[in-house]
Write a protein that binds this ligand. Structure first.
Ligand SMILES: Cc1ncc(COP(=O)(O)O)c(C=O)c1O
Length: 395
């Protein structure tokens, strides 16, 4: 006879002991700094998200999609109109036709796109090259796939890729390389020549390129984003990743996409369909309709360049040394002339004592390399930036 359930209630519960798959992962610096910013009523220029609203037309387009009944599962790779709109945009901007049926998958933000690409192609024992400093999801993604992370530093202070060092890091076990331009945290943008050099380097190999281009529409001073999609040999081996969150001021919607040749996309979708299966329907239909007008993404660089210039002009009177900001919504500054603290201590001090939160660049290195550079996010209302600048000018 089975024991009554009441007998089980008196048994001692035991949670199985786990060996962490990601022992080095803790709470991210972004959450830590945001919490500190709230605690001290600081202006949060730490985490990268806008403090202003998206275009009401985009919200209307999503609401209309809901009312029109787009509320059940969309196709696994994404709603067809959105995939078509993405395909058309890539072709118009970067000159390559990605087939909406076989080459484009809508993802739950770029973050899921990158993880899914890694899980689709990287195996235990492989090596994956990342260029540090790098966005914080890359390393745990590679570790979850059981592979070895091979970190290659971008040149300190200029954050330019060092092709000789990348070349030296390639071994027969290198399965993939992750590249990010426009670059978080440094704000650098790869030149056509840098892309050409990477193209030459990878051409004789079977290395897959994961190209994180989420800031593709934020490039300043008359320059343009160069996508890996533009180079035929790179495009043939690349997952191109982007995010609507960055482009349309809707980071909380978590919708992005991955474009890749059919053979790569086929493997990508095998993982995608058993990971998220698909992404919420009304957002996809709303985004598809909104994309019919290219103005919002074509005008984004001018929108953010004005904020960059406002922020840089305000910082010019301080002892911060401004690093170039060629793209993204991040401005990096050298703190050497302002403080003896290390980057992390300085950011905490700045939040607590001055009321402005920033992010240490060391947080984007596995070994916490400290070059006295911190990052501010200027995706903020002018008034927010002014308040931050008034405080920073006291330095
Ligand atoms: C370089 C980079 N890649 C990917 C992401 C994640 O994008 P999403 O919010 O679409 O997942 C971010 C967000 O900060 C980023 O900076």
């Amino acid at each position: 006879m089975n024991a009554p359930l009441s007998a089980l209630e008196s048994a001692t519960p035991r949670t199985p002991a786990l060996q962490s798959k990601l022992p080095r992962v803790g709470t991210t610096i972004f959450s830590v700094m945001s919490a500190l910013a709230v605690q001290h009523d600081a202006v949060n220029l730490g985490q990268g998200f806008p403090d202003f609203s998206c275009d009401p037309k985009l919200v209307d387009a999503v609401a209309e999609a809901m009312r029109a009944g787009h509320n059940q599962y969309p196709p696994m790779p994404g709603a067809a109109p959105l995939r078509q709109a993405i395909s058309d945009k890539i072709e118009a901007l970067y000159g390559r036709r990605y087939d909406a049926a076989t080459d484009i998958t809508v993802t739950a933000g770029a973050t899921q796109g990158i993880l899914t690409a890694v899980l689709a192609v990287v195996r235990e024992g492989d090596e994956v090259i990342v260029l540090e400093p790098c966005y914080d999801s890359y390393v745990p993604n590679i570790e979850l796939a059981g592979a070895t992370v091979v970190g290659v530093p971008l040149t300190p202070h200029t954050f330019r890729p060092d092709m000789a060092r990348i070349a030296a890091a390639i071994t027969p076990r290198t399965r993939a390389i992750v590249v990010n331009t426009p670059h978080n945290p440094s704000g650098t943008v790869w030149t056509a020549e840098e892309w050409r050099q990477l193209d030459e380097l990878l051409a004789p190999t079977d290395i897959v390129l994961i190209s994180d281009e989420v800031y593709e529409h934020m490039v300043y001073d008359g320059q343009h984003h160069q996508s890996a999609a533009s180079l035929p040999r790179l495009a043939a081996r690349a997952f191109i990743v982007s995010s609507f969150g960055k482009t349309y001021h809707v980071t909380g919607w978590k919708v992005g996409f991955v474009a890749a040749p059919p053979a790569l996309t086929a493997e990508f979708r095998k993982v995608h369909q058993f990971n998220v299966f698909t992404v919420n329907t009304p957002m996809q239909h709303g985004l598809a309709r909104y994309m019919a007008d290219p103005a919002p993404y074509l005008e984004l660089s001018a929108f953010y360049q004005r904020k960059r210039d406002l922020f840089r002009a305000g910082l010019a009177g301080t002892r911060f040394k401004l690093l170039p900001c060629e793209g993204t919504y991040f401005q990096s500054v050298d703190i050497s002339a302002v403080s003896d603290l290390d980057e992390s201590e300085f950011c905490q001090w700045l939040t607590v004592e001055l009321g402005v939160a920033a992010i240490p660049t060391s947080a984007f290195y596995r070994d916490g390399f400290d070059q006295r550079v911190v990052r501010f996010c200027f995706a903020k209302q002018d008034q927010t930036l002014q308040t931050a600048l008034e405080r920073l000018q006291r330095l």
